[in-house]
Design a protein around this ligand. Structure first.
Ligand SMILES: Nc1nc2c(ncn2[C@@H]2O[C@H](COP(=O)(O)OP(=O)(O)OP(=O)(O)O)[C@@H](O)[C@H]2O)c(=O)[nH]1
Ligand SMILES: [Mg+2]
Length: 708
């Protein structure tokens, strides 16, 4: 039977996001169970949650890809669409793209650790999408859990308008419930029970603290509203309904970020959290109109109201390659009403698509619906040409919603099929995986002829290898990531390149004289034609340039592209019969090699801007470690008890960093890196790289197609 449909005003699209392992999946599981959407309280430990259903996720006990589920709650009833997003940095691109589809974000913070690196990252995504936010301090049952400490770290990171509306009833092993600071009521729960609290009196020991927190809250609720402010000054307090009204407005306009309490594992606080999400988080309608552009990637000159009466438009925020169901397209109805079996237009491809059997997701299960209203989230299988980031809809009212821009992959591995059959199937399988994970890159290196797979980190790429094997039965091995070295020159040269050959009939002849000089880093390649008086006929000049470009791409020292240099061709000789484009191309190539020999060639390596986040106690150790990796530490910052170390480190020294950092800090640190610039490799290290490259070439890894 098809599910009933909901209007936008009765829908809440909520992204559940936070640092890796903060308890998002467990919490979503507790919410679904407590709202009656599932029959059992699924757990991460035994792989029975709704939203971590993929076999990789179950095996690793980590969310890799955003899971979507829904439940009905509140009075009047609304539908919560919950998006359980990944929290580990290497899977955060998926979180980023998925959060584009929600209207508010529930940020989950571990009560022991407080705000962590990825907490800040997901916060910045919500800021980018201008979404309302609430924070839940989770795992309050854990040993060393500290509500006050967690609140402090939240306010240090996100400001004083993050304000508790809950307080825990007991902490660590005594955690048994919550105090609602709006209505000033306490609720106790059965550990692992149905998530419904029993009201009890606020314990005397907590009464003062609760009253103080309540007063802060009332003030915050009154702040943005003159009438409430007046009432507040008159009476010194506000009735509960007015606190609620004031807070709702403040949440919608991002003046207040409420802080709640929970233990997902023990199912404590779930009913309160459900009610809060239904009541306070904005509906897609409340968020207002969405900006869009008239052409793909164009400027946002249009806007579309989220309303059933507007023309149909939907945005694809995610694609999953399901080995059985085929390609699944996750979308948000931005405007209009979508009926099952409707034909819509993919604006990006100008192609019609048939929306057969539209559905909503309950984890892996597709629940059929007959129609979806503006603001709702849906899924459909087997679209032909539609990919993540595309907009579809009514062909008469074209609009493009901007796709999320994801960073380029950090790390590339050479990937090698084990057998010939594997190689044949690898491309097809990877193509499908790439459709669902737009942060991956798969390419063939024109220099080394290797297949390269790029991702956000080693584990990211390993998950793909495992998927290839389990889903598509393709066996591959990974080889050490190749460092994209470059070559350049430090000196100048003035040389001649001469190609002369007598073969049977007429011969080949071309001669060019060139000057070569270095350009600043990032300057690329420049070619200057300084020939006057036709020493080389005009039509052969491009051939000289081509010869130089081709040789530069093949490298001089170790087969890496030569960059940041200028060549001017200033003289030459030709022969009426024997000169040809080919002859001048070879002359150019020979001149290039001669010039390189003279111009003091050096190797360049990519240098990364690295930020390491770790508890204070590790900072000395970690700085020493970065130094030993040829890193240059640029500065240190403190954020609460976390130290942030900033450094520039060559990529070749960072290949094992993730693993080393984890073992040095018992997993309590994390890091982020991105490409910054190219720099010269120190001579001793360069010698080794060159030697290795030459050995690989000799072993047949790199075939030079020399002409002439
Ligand atoms: N003590 C305690 N443990 C919890 C709680 N919630 C989750 N855990 C445990 O914390 C671990 C991580 O839980 P998950 O729910 O997978 O966390 P997550 O935030 O979804 O993790 P990622 O999606 O991988 O970022 C599991 O071992 C859970 O059993 C909680 O409230 N209390
Ligand atoms: Mg998870």
């Amino acid at each position: 039977m098809a599910l009933r449909t909901y209007e936008g005003k009765d829908i809440r699209n909520i992204g559940v996001a936070g640092h890796g392992g903060s308890g998002k999946t467990s919490l979503v599981s507790a919410l679904l169970y407590s709202a009656g959407a599932t029959k059992t309280l699924g757990s991460v430990a035994d792989g029975s949650t709704v939203t971590d259903y993929d076999e990789e996720e179950i095996a690793r006990k980590v969310t890799i890809s955003t899971g979507v589920a829904y439940c009905e709650t509140g009075n009047p009833k609304v539908k919560l669409n919950l998006l359980d997003t990944p929290g580990y940095n290497i899977f955060l691109n998926d979180t980023h793209a998925s959060l584009d589809a929600v209207d508010s974000v529930l940020v989950v913070v571990d009560a022991v650790a407080g705000v962590e690196v990825q907490t800040e990252k997901v916060w910045s995504f919500a800021e980018e999408f201008e979404q309302a936010r609430a924070i839940v301090i989770n795992k309050l049952d854990r040993e060393r859990a500290g509500f006050d400490r967690a609140v402090e770290s939240i306010q240090a990171a996100f400001g004083r308008n993050a304000i508790p509306i809950h307080m825990p009833l007991g902490e660590e092993k005594n955690h048994r419930g919550i105090i609602d600071l709006i209505a000033m009521k306490a609720y106790a729960y059965d550990v692992g029970g149905n998530g419904k609290g029993k009201e009890e009196a606020i314990p005397a020991s907590l009464a003062d603290a609760a009253q103080a927190a309540h007063e802060k809250l009332v003030e915050a609720a009154a702040e943005g509203d003159d009438k409430l402010m007046e009432e507040f000054f008159d009476k010194g307090t506000l009735p509960v309904e007015h606190i609620v009204d004031g807070l709702k407005e403040a949440v919608l306009h991002k003046r207040v970020f409420p802080i709640l309490c929970a233990s997902g594992l023990h199912n404590i606080g779930s009913d309160q959290l459900l009610n809060f999400l239904a009541e306070y988080m904005p509906s897609p309608i409340a968020r207002g109109a969405c900006p869009g552009s008239a052409t793909a990637g164009g400027e946002a000159t249009l806007s579309r109201k989220v309303s059933d009466t507007e023309p149909l438009s939907l945005f694809v925020y995610k694609t999953v390659a399901d080995p059985f169901a085929g390609r699944l397209t996750y979308f948000k109805i931005m405007s209009g009403v979508l009926k099952s079996e409707a034909t819509v237009t993919n604006y990006n491809k100008s192609e019609p698509e048939r929306m057969s059997h539209i559905a909503v997701l309950m984890g892996k299960e597709m629940v059929p619906v007959t129609e979806l209203h503006a603001g709702d989230l849906g899924v459909v299988a087997k679209l032909k040409d539609t990919l993540t980031g595309h907009t579809l809809g009514d062909p008469k009212s074209v609009i493009f919603y901007p796709p999320v821009i994801l960073p380029e992959p950090l790390i590339k591995f050479a990937i090698e099929a084990k057998t010939r059959t594997d190689e044949d199937r690898m491309g097809v399988a990877l193509h499908k995986i790439l459709e669902e994970d737009t942060s991956l890159r798969f390419e063939r290196d024109p220099q080394t002829k290797e297949f390269l797979l790029g991702g956000s980190g080693q584990q990211h790429v390993e998950v793909i290898v495992s998927k290839l094997k389990k889903r598509y039965h393709v066996d591959v091995t990974l080889k050490a990531p190749t460092i994209p070295y470059r070559e350049t020159i430090r000196g100048r040269a003035d040389v001649e390149g001469k190609h002369k050959k007598q073969t049977g009939g007429h011969g080949q002849f071309g001669l060019c004289r060139i000057k070569m000089e270095p350009m600043p880093r990032g300057g690329g390649f420049e070619f200057v034609n300084d020939i006057f008086g036709g020493a080389i006929p005009k039509n052969f000049i491009p051939a000289v340039e081509k010869g130089i470009i081709d040789s530069a791409a093949r490298g001089y020292l170790a087969g890496f592209p030569v960059v940041d240099f200028r060549v001017s061709v200033y003289d030459g000789k030709y022969h009426d019969v024997d000169s040809s484009e080919m002859a001048f191309k070879i002359a150019g190539s020979l001149a290039f090699k001669a010039a390189m020999a003279e111009a003091k060639p050096v190797l360049l390596e990519p240098v990364m801007r690295v930020e390491v986040y770790a508890p204070d106690t590790f900072s000395g150790d970690l700085m020493g470690d970065l130094n030993s990796r040829r890193g240059r530490v640029q500065g240190m910052d403190n954020k609460g008890s976390t130290t942030v170390i900033k450094a520039m480190v060559p990529l070749s020294e960072m290949l094992t960093y993730a693993t080393d950092l984890t073992s040095k800090t018992q997993g309590r640190a994390s890091y982020h890196m991105e490409f910054d610039h190219y720099d010269t490799v120190p001579p001793l290290i360069a010698d080794k790289v060159i030697e290795k490259a030459k050995a690989a070439k000799a072993a047949g890894g790199h075939v030079e197609e020399e002409e002439g």
